[in-house]
Design a binder for this molecule. Structure first.
Ligand code: AMP
Length: 249
């Protein structure tokens, strides 16, 4: 079977985010961008399934600006076979992303779509669920273990305070949680090879999807700064303050 892995180009998780002066969003100029960390985990899982003989082809897909090609090349350097870039300079909301992915899934007929549980820029946690609904496929979200069987997948999910194991019929959507695996680094020879792997370019219009935003961001705020601490004179005073001021004892 084929595995489709949607990967989003986001601000690198190590970057200290700065809010734009007009509060309409975060500063993206001259900021390091990388593959969304949950999507790296999804690529890794797809590659492991291929290496275990459960899949024949891994296709990475990204919807975003021309520079999202770099993100796709990272996926190709990790080991994906080919890539699809759906190019647009507009920010694309999860529903429109899901509609485009539906078009790609219908054209490619993958046995599995494995993707991040959330993109760390907008923290939406919506795209996988919407895609499953649009395709009328089963879904297993927040996966920490994936086992492919005959026509179905057994997925262990991280739920509050424990783990749940579910079985879904294939084709299905699986979204990845942090503990599913540790993604590999691309080696230099593989980075070179990735430059020659096939990358197909499309636009949202090819899938008949209108990407006009439905939401307006009213404001973006930085987290409040930490207040300065104080020095206490004794352990007794510390315990007293924990009881009366912090309410932790
Ligand atoms: P979200 O619903 O925005 O939190 O994103 C969840 C997952 O959907 C991400 O981890 C990606 O796998 C996928 N996704 C979201 N936006 C895009 C995009 N523009 N291009 C490719 N995949 C995306």
């Amino acid at each position: 079977m084929k595995i489709l892995v949607p990967v989003k180009r986001v601000v690198d998780y190590n970057v200290k985010i700065r809010v734009k002066p007009d509060g309409t969003g975060v500063e993206l100029a001259n900021v390091k961008m990388s593959m969304n960390p949950f999507d790296e985990i999804a690529v890794e899982e797809a590659l492991r399934l291929k290496e275990a003989g459960k899949a024949e082809e891994v296709i990475v897909v990204s919807i975003g600006p021309a520079k999202a090609e770099e993100t796709l090349r990272t996926g190709l350097a990790m080991g994906a076979d080919r890539a699809i870039l759906v190019e647009t300079d507009q920010p694309v909301e999860p529903l429109a992303v899901a509609k485009i992915l539906k078009g790609i899934a219908e054209a490619e007929a993958p046995g599995l779509v494995i993707m991040g549980k959330q993109a760390i820029d907008d923290d939406s946690n919506q795209t996988g669920q919407m895609l499953a609904a649009l395709l009328n496929w089963g879904q297993a979200t927040f996966a920490s273990k994936v086992e492919i069987g005959e026509g179905s997948a057994k997925v262990t999910r991280e739920v509050d305070g424990g783990l749940q194991t579910v079985e879904v019929k294939l084709p299905a959507i699986v979204t990845t949680d942090l503990r599913l695996n540790e993604p590999r680094y691309a080696s230099l020879p593989n980075i070179m090879k990735a430059k020659k792997k096939p990358l197909d370019k499309k636009t949202p219009a090819d899938f008949g999807v209108d990407t006009t935003a439905r939401l307006t961001v009213l404001k973006t705020e930085e987290p409040g700064g930490r207040k300065a601490g104080i020095k206490v004179a004794s352990v007794a005073e510390l315990v007293e303050k924990l009881k009366t001021e912090a309410g932790v004892l």
